[in-house]
Design a protein around this ligand. Structure first.
Ligand SMILES: C[C@@](CO)(OP(=O)(O)O)[C@H](O)COP(=O)(O)OP(=O)(O)OC[C@H]1O[C@@H](n2ccc(N)nc2=O)[C@H](O)[C@@H]1O
Ligand SMILES: Nc1ncnc2c1ncn2[C@@H]1O[C@H](COP(=O)(O)OP(=O)(O)O)[C@@H](O)[C@H]1O
Length: 287
């Protein structure tokens, strides 16, 4: 059966990620530049008037349904309204590697919040949805707002940004990295000076850096090797706490040439960086 609504759930990159301090609760204060990719998962929503509640069409491998950010986002939204809501089945077409620093789970949560707000005609605004999203994860608000952004705090204080919309080769080295483990490493750089004038910095990709990179290179030889390989063709960086890395190219064909020559055993994709989320583009078309 055709879903009632199909929406994209794009990936993000952290074009740079600076750790500028630590809060009393141990969480790290970041300064980061988020950009979306025109590549990601897809969520299909099918209304089920005969069956109330929210469910997944199929479970995600390794993620119990109650932990799935799609279900958690739907429940968070249902908690905001007292009126009875039509049942819905959500199909997740996964293309993004999980736990790779591309924000797939957070993006799925945001797509669910906006998709159900639309289907159920709840009328919540983006501020309300971003607040709900933050309770699910630090990366959810930027996906809810849908504009490339300079993020501060844990990534939830967002200022719209306009980095160049280049092409990227994204590589997924064959290892999984736990975000909590990286943030608890003793050798992590935690004292990068704060950037005061973000727009001046955004335009200069040669200054982009990820403070997790040194620690991740030491702990994960697969990431180290992939970064060394991709760096031959230009600056290559880690996104989030990894394991995915990206290299920047001015054109699609330049990116594809490098992609075709990647070492065996490494997966990934080629995608364009975009400053307006594909999710918001699609929702605007529906209005
Ligand atoms: C690093 C970033 C950058 O975009 O992305 P990913 O690599 O996850 O995509 C995010 O800030 C990830 O935020 P979020 O998704 O909420 O982090 P979680 O996986 O819940 O964090 C796991 C653990 O890492 C530590 N943690 C996380 C974020 C942060 N700013 N400081 C921390 O110290 C905390 O101990 C937390 O319990
Ligand atoms: N719908 C979902 N998609 C992906 N991961 C999910 C989802 N729901 C829960 N998770 C959990 O969230 C973790 C982080 O996933 P993800 O957001 O894709 O990576 P990252 O935060 O590294 O960018 C996964 O390892 C998985 O256990």
């Amino acid at each position: 059966m055709m879903p009632d609504l199909i929406l994209p759930s794009p990936a993000k990159l952290n074009l740079f990620l600076h750790i500028v301090g630590r809060r009393p609760d141990g969480y790290h204060e970041l300064q980061t530049l988020f950009q979306f990719l025109d590549y990601g998962d897809e969520l299909g929503f099918t209304l089920t008037p005969e069956r109330p509640g929210v469910r997944l069409a199929e479970p995600l491998a390794g993620v119990p349904d109650t932990d799935n950010l799609v279900i958690r986002a739907a429940h968070a939204l249902m908690g905001q309204v007292s009126a009875p809501l039509t049942g819905v089945t959500i199909h997740v077409r996964k293309r993004l590697p999980m736990g790779g620093g591309l924000g797939g789970g957070s993006s799925n949560a945001a797509t669910t919040l906006l998709g159900l707000n639309h289907l159920w005609q709840l009328g919540l605004n983006l501020d309300e949805l971003a607040d709900l999203g933050l309770s699910l994860g630090a990366d959810v608000p930027v996906f809810v707002r849908g504009h490339a952004a300079f993020g501060e705090g844990v990534g939830e204080k967002l200022t719209e940004a306009h980095p160049p919309e280049d092409w990227f080769v994204i590589l997924k080295p064959a290892c999984n990295i736990n975000t909590g483990k990286i943030f608890s490493e003793q050798g992590l750089t935690r004292n990068t000076p704060r950037i005061k004038i973000a727009p001046a910095f955004e335009g200069d990709a040669s200054r982009y850096r990820n403070d997790c990179e040194d620690v991740v290179r030491k702990l994960y030889p697969e990431v180290n090797q992939s970064l060394d390989w991709l760096s031959q063709f230009g600056p290559a960086r880690l996104t989030g706490t990894g394991a995915c890395i990206f290299g920047r190219f001015p054109t699609e064909s330049a990116a594809r040439i490098i992609w075709e020559s990647k070492p065996s055993g490494v997966t990934g994709f080629v995608a364009k960086g975009v400053n307006i989320s594909p999710l918001h583009k699609k929702l605007t078309e529906l209005e």
